[in-house]
Design a protein around this ligand. Structure first.
Ligand code: AFP
Length: 332
């Protein structure tokens, strides 16, 4: 494979395919630089005193880890001054973060989960960063969350980083999915997988099985068939994985197929599912669809969901197209 740094790849996308406006290329470069800084902090772990709780809570009512706050600050600081953004929104902040008046502004909105899987950080399991890019609608105040309430089909870019044995950046600008591995000696992301395609079938599913008693009947039926394996209607055995870091489960699915489910459950009726639509489900759904997979709530395509609130949650079933289809059929 040609050793292509992210910057070269993006320049090619900009000039050869006219698919990437200069401002969006700058946005991706800036986010990639922020991801490198987050990776550095994550990899220092205990040595940098960045583990453990921050002693604060976020808008989700969840205790924040120190690295949640650090990663959020890194992304805000890196993106404030480039002139490519109108505003940002984060899992860690209740309201949108407008670009300060003294800074130049651009046409894009950047949404992110700065540290996905943060409950894993203290036990040294892979975590990540998820991001989504929208255009700011004309005539809408970017500081108003209404500017962000756009269906996932409106995304112009989506990506995530996995801080695992290696740091990998997965990216789509609407022309396939590509992954870049961080070369720490040079400090560059190097293209390592071009035009990733998810196998259409799979024998591997990912779900937090401890919630089984809270699932709706269609999911109960679907998962029990997977567990029945050869002895059941599927006629084949399945394997199960659950990392509890969506970035790690989705990356595995991009590499070898699989189906990931975080369904609605009755555990907390106020939360239709755990995952957030705008900065977790939508970017992952765009990536999975661009890689030939499928992403549904069980009842509708995730990218078609019309958002009504910045931090709303949604049920997620995504991965190998044919397997997602089987799960969706159980929903009638
Ligand atoms: P945290 O970021 O709070 O650890 O949540 C991670 C996550 O949003 C997603 O990455 C996982 O797939 C899912 O939640 C894990 O949820 P459970 O802890 O309920 O299994």
């Amino acid at each position: 494979m040609r050793k292509v740094p992210l910057s070269r790849f993006l320049i090619d996308e900009q000039w050869q395919s006219q698919a990437l406006p200069a401002e969006l290329r700058l946005l991706v470069e800036v986010v990639a630089r922020a991801v490198k800084a987050i990776s550095l902090n994550v990899n220092k772990g205990a040595l940098a005193g960045v583990l453990g709780d921050a002693g604060t809570g976020n808008v989700q009512g969840e205790a924040q880890k120190k690295l949640d706050v650090i990663a959020n600050e890194i992304l805000l600081e890196a993106n404030e001054w480039g002139g490519h953004l109108a505003a940002m929104a984060s899992e860690e902040m209740e309201k949108p973060h407008p670009i300060p008046h003294r800074m130049p502004k651009g046409e894009y909105l950047l949404l992110f989960d700065p540290l996905d899987g943060s409950s894993n950080i203290d036990v040294n399991i892979a975590v990540g960063t998820i991001f989504s890019v929208l255009r700011c609608p004309e005539g809408v105040d970017p500081a108003d969350e209404k500017a962000f309430l756009q269906s996932g089909t409106r995304q112009v870019c989506a990506g995530f980083a996995v801080y695992g044995p290696s740091t990998v950046l997965v990216l789509t600008v609407g022309r396939g999915v590509h992954s870049f591995t961080l070369d720490r000696e040079v400090g560059s992301f190097i293209l390592t997988r071009e035009d990733i395609r998810i196998p259409e079938d799979t024998k591997e599913f990912a779900i937090n099985a401890s919630n089984q008693r809270f699932w709706e009947p269609p999911v109960q039926r679907y998962v029990s068939e997977l567990i029945a394996g050869k002895t059941g209607p599927r006629g084949k055995d399945f394997n199960m994985r659950w990392v509890a870091s969506m970035v790690a489960d989705v990356y595995r699915i991009l590499m070898r197929g699989g189906v990931f489910l975080y369904p609605r459950d009755t555990k907390d009726p106020s939360k239709p599912g755990r995952l957030r639509l705008l900065y977790e489900a939508n970017p992952m759904a765009m990536i999975v669809e661009q890689a030939g997979g499928a992403a549904t709530t069980g009842r509708e395509r995730i990218l078609d969901v019309v958002p009504t609130a910045l931090h709303q949650r949604v049920a997620v079933i995504l991965g190998s197209r044919n397997e997602v289809e089987v799960a969706a059929r159980h929903h009638g």
